[in-house]
Write a protein that binds this ligand. Structure first.
Ligand code: NAD
Ligand code: IPM
Ligand code: MN
Length: 350
């Protein structure tokens, strides 16, 4: 049978709960479709940092480079600064492996209560630029501890970076409604954004069936809530996409149902699949975490590996469980992570 080598990093907090839930579902769906997932367990993260002073081994990225994909839970620990944990593990993987697309689907799902009024629906793909923009390494804190202390950060946008994320988003839009919305802030003072607009417009012009609508990020945030059906594919810079995707997740029902794929579209390096949410220290260890985001991220991984039927089965299985009324606490239910996962396994055996 075919086998795929997946590096699995459960990481911190609820990562340790949702990842085993998802790998159990992935193993079963793989078995039923005649392939195998060879998991390489990577106990990297904050505990690893406490014992070694590093978030991952010196040759950690080299180890990951030989796998077919990376499956991550979350990183982040209340006792370690986020710049140590995130810039020590997640951000280097995204950058070293040129995962310049962060694809984040969000949709209202049967059985998942949404804060939207009535029976309004949301079905958006946020295509987030994932390696540049506002998340730059240029800047720092200066004159520490002095009255004139300040912090500075430069946003870095490149023509190539904007063009490639736009092409990816435009291709997706072409296969859907043809409507592409670009998140911007070009009404004056953010100097990078007129450049963003220009490159987005020029790039999308190569896609005849696609219309681009540039929408200011503040108004776009409102529109996610007030007119969600007017949105389909959204292309956004790193920070705007980060914020919009948590917003869209909450509008769909919860951060617990928001998956994400950090893609290297050229497939020169492994891609990384993870929930949008973090380590959720407020509920870690309680068995309350919603595993849907992790399971759905796993389905995105199967699609990327060329197993769309298995991905469809997995999405149908958790969809049916939700529609049947089994819900974790974030969705107003009382199912534990284990209860929900067991129900998905039963649905898969169906
Ligand atoms: P968070 O996403 O961890 O949690 C936000 C809120 O959503 C919390 O109330 C949490 O309980 C709830 N929540 C999140 N996922 C849930 C799930 N699956 N089921 C039920 N409820 C869920 O964001 P935060 O609290 O801002 O960050 C916590 C830590 O995680 C920080 O250290 C942060 O830097 C890190 N973080 C990591 C990643 C990542 O590894 N990709 C992403 C976001 C945040
Ligand atoms: C995400 C997270 C990360 C990001 C943080 C934890 C660095 O919020 O994956 O959305 O901002 O990219
Ligand atoms: Mn985020």
């Amino acid at each position: 049978t075919d086998s795929y080598t997946i590096d699995v990093i459960p990481g911190d907090g609820i990562g340790q709960e949702v990842i085993p839930a998802a790998t159990a579902c992935l193993d079963l769906v793989a078995e039923r479709h005649g392939f195998a997932l060879h998991w390489r367990d990577r106990e990297w993260g904050s505990d690893y940092y406490r014992s070694t002073g590093r978030m991952l081994p010196v040759d950690g990225l080299e180890q990951l480079s030989t796998g077919d994909a990376v499956f991550l839970g979350a990183v982040g620990d209340v006792d370690i600064p986020d710049d140590v944990t995130l810039w020590g593990l997640l951000i280097p993987i995204r950058r070293e492996f040129e995962q310049y697309i962060n694809l984040r689907p969000n949709r209202t799902l049967p059985g998942v209560p949404s804060p939207l009024a009535g029976d309004r629906q949301l079905d958006v793909l946020v295509v987030r630029e994932n390696v540049e923009g506002e998340y730059s390494e240029i800047g720092g804190r200066f004159r520490r501890g002095r009255p004139d202390e300040f912090a500075l950060q430069e946003a870095v946008f490149t023509r190539q970076g904007i063009a490639r994320v736009t092409r990816f988003a435009a291709e997706l839009a072409a296969g859907r409604t043809g409507r592409l919305v670009s998140a911007t802030k070009s009404n004056g003072i953010i100097h990078t954004m007129p450049f963003w607009d220009e490159v987005v417009r020029e790039t999308a012009a190569d896609f005849p069936g696609v219309t681009v609508d540039k929408v200011l990020i503040d108004a776009l945030a409102a529109r996610v809530v007030s007119a969600p059906e007017s949105l389909d594919v959204i292309v956004a810079s790193n920070l705007f996409g980060d914020i919009l995707s948590d917003l869209a997740a909450a509008v769909a029902g919860s951060l617990g149902v928001a998956p994400s794929a950090n893609l290297n579209p050229e497939r020169e390096h492994p891609s990384l699949f993870e929930p949008v949410h973090g380590s959720a220290p407020d509920i870690a260890g309680k068995g309350w975490a919603n595993p849907v985001a992790a399971i759905w991220a796993g389905a995105m991984m199967l699609r990327h590996l060329g197993r769309p039927e298995a991905a469809d089965d997995l999405e149908s299985a958790f969809g049916a469980v939700l529609a049947g009324g089994t819900r974790t606490r974030d969705l107003g239910g009382s199912a534990s992570t284990g209860d929900f996962t067991e129900a998905v396994l039963v649905a898969l055996r169906g």
